[in-house]
Design a protein around this ligand. Structure first.
Ligand code: COA
Ligand code: AMP
Length: 642
């Protein structure tokens, strides 16, 4: 075992933007040396024989265990009493703290439970659970066994869960009786039961964690009560961490692609751990003994990387928050958690800040509660509008740092590397390229556009450690991301780079939208809407929303005989909720007599977007029926004034 000591975060004291420039240059000119050095932050059971090779990816020959790196090694180094996890749940009025020793013991018990069910290295385990400590134990337990977890966000409907079950083919599914969404209790188990009926793959066992708030039915012999299994395996030894190859998958995380089938992003153990440990020190300024809080959900990549793995890899304290930015109980809840737990770096989505601002425009809660030891607030998940950043900087007095990344990458690729001391930021831009990432902006034929001009945002291949190197069961789908622009990864985002090198992300080049920081596909919603009885044609677009950034809106043209069907819009909304899930947040469907289309039949979605956003629009010369836009315009305005 090669072992390196835990380190608190210390500022280097050198001229800071130079430190960033030097790190970025070093990462691009000599990635082998740069990431080889970064890999020393981990304990490898056998050290890598190389840093990167084209065929074998990052850290070939290296073996390690991610859970060991998150837990055991810190305990072995005498750090066992330090707090690893704080569970703060205003919705259940609970605060619970787990030291590193306790988190190791708890996740070890779950590893023993899974081992008793026959889960071994390489087996898949689906985790459909709310924001409770058991979810973190379960993820770390899988990592300990070398099993591959796939966490499915609770807001997805049974059909979406079923798609993931069929693709990942898990041996075991872990769930809880309910999630708590603000004031509401959402029963998870009926959704799991329905998903298992819909899925073709037969899951061997379902382990059910019963929460006090709501108890679910146990369907024997398939289901096992979590506590019963825990008691039955109480005397089993905690399984030793299983060394896995650097390129072995740690998890699969499904994300929206442009089709109805979710893409299973595969995260490798080695590159992931190296990149996350590096990012904690150099982007977020977090080391052993610091408290970091990412107010996201473990169902998203932010939750995987920055609630669970990254803070633990560096011996920090992570906060698991079960609540909403508002209403649990009030818009002061974020500030209270930050102060209560001494959060040093805070990470959330702009939508959460907009929600707080709407309820507390003068930031009276923030003024009263303060921000304690917090040094910086990072935002990601969707474009951070300058107004929201300005409001938050003004009210908190803290630097508010927008940064950009994707599920595919696993960690930020554009940021102000705050902890490298680079405080250069520009409102409206997501920041500068993070070391490891070289960006370009290309036109449709793959040529670089002049500085300041918009185009496709691409990243030079190969991607940095931690970024995906395949999609589960779909390597061809992965390869398509590199097919359009030779030598580059196509991010799917559009934007520009300005004369100072700041990258500005302006939107997507495909049909992905971001709703309250959640990534969704309008194409997938269209597939659902098109199948609703009575729908002849449809389009789903992302409309601007003051809180959620974007919300989906459906336009449907009824089939003959359904013209006067007053239920059509409601059925469309219900279908998207039932098939995709509540998280889709499709609440408006317009029933129209026609859609704006070109003579070749292409729906003019941009025109629809302008109409719903109340922007100026003109009738394009290629339109099939010039009367349609005006008709839609009055339909939308009528709806607004109703
Ligand atoms: N389990 C079950 N249902 C869920 C869920 C979960 N884990 N998460 C969300 N839902 C449901 C919600 O209850 C809501 O249902 P409703 O239509 O019946 O009200 C629906 O899905 C939409 O949820 P959401 O988009 O979260 O809207 P909201 O109105 O409940 O809250 C915000 C709005 C802005 C407060 C909230 O989205 C938020 O805090 N966002 C932060 C963004 C974030 O964490 N992004 C992750 C990437 S960083
Ligand atoms: P996800 O995979 O869910 O993390 O979503 C990734 C997508 O969210 C990106 O491709 C962007 O379109 C969007 N996104 C994430 N962060 C930002 C940001 N800081 N600014 C603009 N868009 C962002």
């Amino acid at each position: 075992m090669v072992r390196y000591p835990l380190q608190p975060f210390e500022e280097s004291g050198e001229d800071m933007s130079e430190a960033y420039d030097r790190a970025w240059q070093a990462s691009i000119t000599d990635p082998q040396a740069f990431w080889g050095e970064a890999a020393r932050a981990l304990d490898w059971t056998s050290p890598p024989s190389a840093t990167f090779t084209q065929d074998d990816g990052w850290f070939p020959g290296g073996t390690l265990n991610t859970a060991y790196n998150c837990l055991d090694r810190h305990v072995e180094a005498g750090w066992g009493d330090a707090i690893a996890l704080v569970y703060d749940s205003p919705v259940t009025d609970t605060i619970r703290r787990y030291s590193y020793s306790e988190l190791l013991a708890e996740s070890g018990r779950v590893a023993a439970m899974l081992a008793a069910l026959g889960v071994e290295k390489g087996d898949r385990v689906i985790i459909y659970m709310p924001m409770i400590p058991e979810t973190v134990f379960a993820m770390l337990a899988c990592a300990r066994l070398g099993a591959i977890h796939s966490v499915v966000f609770g807001g997805f409907a049974p059909l979406e869960l079923a798609k993931r079950i069929d693709d990942a083919a898990p041996k075991v599914l872990l769930t809880a009786s309910c999630g708590i969404e603000g004031a509401r209790t959402i029963a998870y188990k009926p959704m799991v039961d329905e998903a298992l009926e819909l899925a073709h793959h037969a899951v061997e066992r379902v382990v059910l964690f019963q929460r006090e708030r709501h108890r679910a039915d146990v369907i024997e012999p398939r289901d096992i009560d979590w506590d019963v299994l825990r008691a039955d395996t109480a005397s089993d030894p905690v399984p030793a961490p299983v060394p896995v190859a650097s390129a072995d998958p740690l998890y699969i995380l499904y994300t929206s692609g442009t089709t109805g089938t979710p893409k299973g992003v595969v995260r490798e153990n080695g590159g992931h751990a190296v990149a996350l440990a590096w990012s904690m020190r150099n982007i977020y300024g977090i080391g052993a003994g610091d408290t970091f809080w990412a107010a996201s959900d473990v169902g998203w990549v932010v939750g995987h990387s920055y609630i669970v793995y990254a803070p633990l890899l560096v011996g920090a304290t992570t906060v698991l928050f079960e609540g909403k930015p508002v209403g649990t109980p009030d818009p002061g809840t974020f500030w209270r958690v930050i102060v209560r737990h001494g959060v040093k770096t805070f990470f959330t989505a702009p939508t959460a800040i907009r929600a707080i601002r709407k309820e507390d425009p003068d930031a009276t809660f923030l003024a009263r509660i303060g921000t304690g030891k917090c040094e910086a607030i990072f935002l990601a998940g969707e474009r951070a509008d300058p107004d929201t950043i300005g409001w938050l900087e003004d009210k908190s007095g803290l630097p508010v740092i927008d940064h950009w990344w994707q599920t595919e990458l696993g960690w930020p690729a554009i940021a102000s590397c705050f902890a490298l001391g680079d405080v250069r930021r520009k409102r409206g831009s997501a920041g500068l390229p993070v070391p490891g990432y070289a960006f370009a902006i290309l036109d449709e034929s793959g040529h670089p556009v002049p500085v300041g001009h918009s185009g496709a945002v691409v990243i030079k291949a190969p991607l940095a450690p931690g970024a995906f190197r395949t999609l589960w069961n779909n390597h061809a789908g992965y390869a398509r991301n590199f097919a359009t622009f030779d030598g580059y990864y196509e991010t799917g985002d559009a934007g520009f780079i300005d004369e100072e090198g700041f990258v500005h992300i302006m939107g997507r080049t495909d049909d992905i939208i971001n709703v309250a920081g959640h990534r969704l596909s309008t194409g997938q919603m269209e597939q659902i809407v098109a199948a609703v009885d009575g729908v002849a044609e449809c389009a789903v677009i992302g409309a601007d929303d003051a809180i959620k950034g974007m919300v989906p809106i459906a336009f449907v043209v009824p089939r003959a005989g359904f013209d006067g069907d007053a239920t059509l819009a409601k059925r469309v909304i219900a279908a998207v909720r039932a098939e995709l899930g509540a998280v889709a947040a499709l609440k408006t469907a317009f029933v129209a007599s026609g859609l704006p289309k070109t003579r070749s039949g292409k729906i003019l979605r941009n025109l629809l977007r302008k109409i719903v956003n109340g922007e100026e629009w003109t009738v394009p010369p290629t339109i099939e029926d010039p009367a349609v836009p005006a008709a839609l315009h009055s339909l939308v305005r009528q709806h607004e004034s109703a």
